[in-house]
Design a protein around this ligand. Structure first.
Ligand SMILES: [Zn+2]
Length: 448
C-alpha cells in the first residue's frame, strides 16, 4: 500500500470504523486493521466520502463581476451583460479566470467537474482555447469535461453551428443548449440531439428557465431522448418553470422524466438570485428552486451544482458543493435525515451517475478520489458545513488543512487572536510539496 487511511467512517457505512488502503492511485483494500510499511493517516473516525462532483459550472465566464453591471438583476440583463463582456475575452484571460475558479473548487474537495462552455460568432473558440488546456494542466487534481453550448441561440445565430461542430471535433465530451434564447426552441433541441448522436456524446441542456410555467419544453426533450435511445445520457438544468406548476402537472412531469431517463440539475444559487423578480413590486418574491428531493422519491436522478461564480448570473460563489447542498436543504425545507443524506448524494454519487463515471465511489478497484470531512455522518456534514480536511486525487494528497481550534483564555493572550485559523492551502505550494514528499511528516501526525 502507498497510503492507509486508518479509522475511517465511510459514507453509507458510517457506524463502523475501517481502514482504506490505497495503491497505485486506486482503492486497494477496505478492512479494519490494514498494515503496511507505507504512509498512514489516522482519521480518528472522521467521514470519508468520494470527492465532490460538479456537473454544471461555467468556468469561462466566472470572475467577471467587475466588468458587468447588475441593475435589474434578471436573466435578460445577465445574458446581455455577459454577451457584452465576452467580446473582450481572450484565451489568456479566460484561462486565468478559469484557473482561479478551478483551484477554488479543488480546494473545496471537488474531484470531477463538467464545465459548460459557450461558443458563438462573438466569442468564437476563444473560450474553448482558454479552458481546454485545463483538462491536462489540472489532471493531477480533477477530472474535467467540457459541455459546449450556444448561450445566445443556435438556429437564430448563423455561424454558431459550425463552432459547435469545431468544439466537438476538438474534444468536448458533452453537448448542451439553451433553447430559451433561440427563436426555435424545439428546433435547437432537435439539432443538439443530432450532434450528440453524430459525436456519441451526452446531452446537458439549460432548460425551461423562467418565472412561469408557460412554454415548457421538457416533454420535447423526453421525446428526443426516447427516439435517440439516449435514456441515462441526458440532463436538464434549472427547470425553474416547474416551480409554478400545479401539483398534478408537477407529478406528471416527474413521471415523464423518470420514464425517459432524463436527469435534472438544480442550480440553487442562480435560480434564487434570478427568479421571482417579476413579482417583486406586488408580492413577496417566490423562490425558483425545484424541490429535487421530491423527484428523487420517484426515481429521477438529480444533482446540485454551482452554475456561476461571481458574475451577473450569480454574484456569489466559493465553489463549495457542500455549501450548495446546505443552501438547497435550507431553501427547499429539507429536514428528514434521509432527505438530508440525499442532499449529500446530490453533490457526490448522483452527479457521478449523470457523468457516468465508471470508477467512482468507495469500493475496491475504484480511483482513490476521496475527501475527508470533519464530520461523522453525511447529513450532518450538510447541516454543519463541515470543513474538508483532506482531498485525495488518485491517492495523492492535494492539501492538508489543519483543524481550527479555540485557544484557551489566558491573561497574557488578551487582545490576541482567539482561534487558530486553518492553514491556508495553496495548490502551487502543494505542487512543490508533491515532488519533495515533505508532507510525509504531516500525514503521519494524523488528526486523532
Ligand atoms: Zn448554466
Amino acid at each position: 500500500m502507498d497510503l492507509i487511511l486508518k479509522n475511517a467512517r465511510r459514507v453509507g457505512a458510517e457506524r463502523e470504523l475501517t481502514d482504506i488502503g490505497i495503491a497505485g492511485g486506486r482503492i486497494a483494500a477496505i478492512a479494519p486493521g490494514l498494515a503496511s510499511g507505507g504512509e498512514t493517516v489516522d482519521l480518528g473516525g472522521r467521514l470519508v466520502s468520494p470527492g465532490f462532483v460538479e456537473t454544471h459550472i461555467h468556468l469561462d465566464k466566472s470572475c467577471i463581476l467587475d466588468r458587468c453591471s447588475s441593475e435589474r438583476g434578471d436573466l435578460d440583463e445577465a445574458i446581455a451583460e455577459v454577451a457584452k463582456a465576452k467580446t473582450a475575452f481572450t484565451p489568456e484571460d479566460v484561462h486565468a479566470r478559469a484557473v482561479r475558479t478551478l483551484e477554488k473548487a479543488i480546494l473545496q474537495g471537488t474531484t470531477h467537474m463538467r464545465t459548460h462552455l459557450e461558443v458563438d460568432p462573438g466569442i468564437g473558440l476563444r473560450g474553448l482555447e482558454g479552458v481546454l488546456p485545463l483538462i491536462k494542466q489540472f489532471s493531477w487534481a480533477i477530472d474535467l469535461q467540457i459541455c459546449v453550448f450556444p448561450q445566445e441561440g443556435l438556429l437564430n445565430n448563423p455561424g454558431t453551428d459550425e463552432l459547435m461542430v469545431a468544439a466537438l471535433e476538438r474534444g468536448c465530451r458533452v453537448v448542451g443548449g439553451a433553447p430559451y434564447t433561440d427563436s426555435d426552441p424545439p428546433g435547437q433541441i432537435n439539432r443538439i440531439f443530432e450532434l450528440a448522436r453524430d459525436y456519441d456524446v451526452d446531452v446537458d441542456l439549460h432548460l425551461d428557465f423562467g418565472p412561469t410555467a408557460e412554454g415548457m419544453v421538457f416533454d420535447h426533450v423526453c421525446k428526443r431522448t426516447e427516439e435517440f435511445q439516449y435514456g441515462g445520457r441526458v440532463a436538464i438544468g434549472h427547470v425553474t418553470r416547474a416551480t409554478s406548476l400545479p401539483m398534478p402537472a408537477f407529478e406528471a412531469m416527474t413521471r415523464r422524466l423518470a420514464d425517459a431517463g432524463v436527469a435534472l440539475t438544480v442550480l440553487p444559487s442562480t435560480d434564487l438570485y434570478l427568479m421571482g423578480r417579476h413579482h417583486q413590486h406586488d408580492h413577496n418574491v417566490t423562490r425558483g428552486v425545484v424541490p429535487a428531493h421530491k423527484l428523487l422519491h420517484h426515481g429521477v436522478n438529480c444533482s446540485l451544482s454551482s452554475n456561476n461564480i461571481l458574475n451577473p448570473f450569480t454574484p456569489f460563489g466559493d465553489c463549495s458543493q457542500l455549501r450548495m447542498a446546505n443552501l438547497y436543504a435550507n431553501i427547499c425545507q429539507v429536514g428528514t435525515k434521509a432527505d438530508m443524506h440525499e442532499c449529500f448524494n446530490m453533490v457526490t454519487r448522483r452527479p457521478a451517475e449523470i457523468m457516468r463515471l465508471a470508477d467512482y465511489g468507495l469500493a475496491v478497484g475504484n480511483s482513490a478520489d476521496l475527501v475527508v470531512l470533519d464530520a461523522t455522518e453525511p447529513q450532518m456534514a450538510v447541516a454543519e458545513l463541515s470543513p474538508v480536511l483532506y482531498a485525495f486525487k488518485r491517492g495523492r494528497n492535494e492539501y492538508p488543512r489543519s483543524l481550527q481550534r479555540l485557544l484557551p483564555a489566558h491573561p497574557r493572550r488578551a487582545g490576541r487572536r482567539i482561534f487558530r485559523p486553518a492553514a491556508r492551502p495553496d495548490l502551487r505550494h502543494q505542487g512543490r510539496l508533491r515532488r519533495r514528499r515533505s508532507s510525509h511528516r504531516e500525514r503521519q501526525s494524523g488528526l486523532a
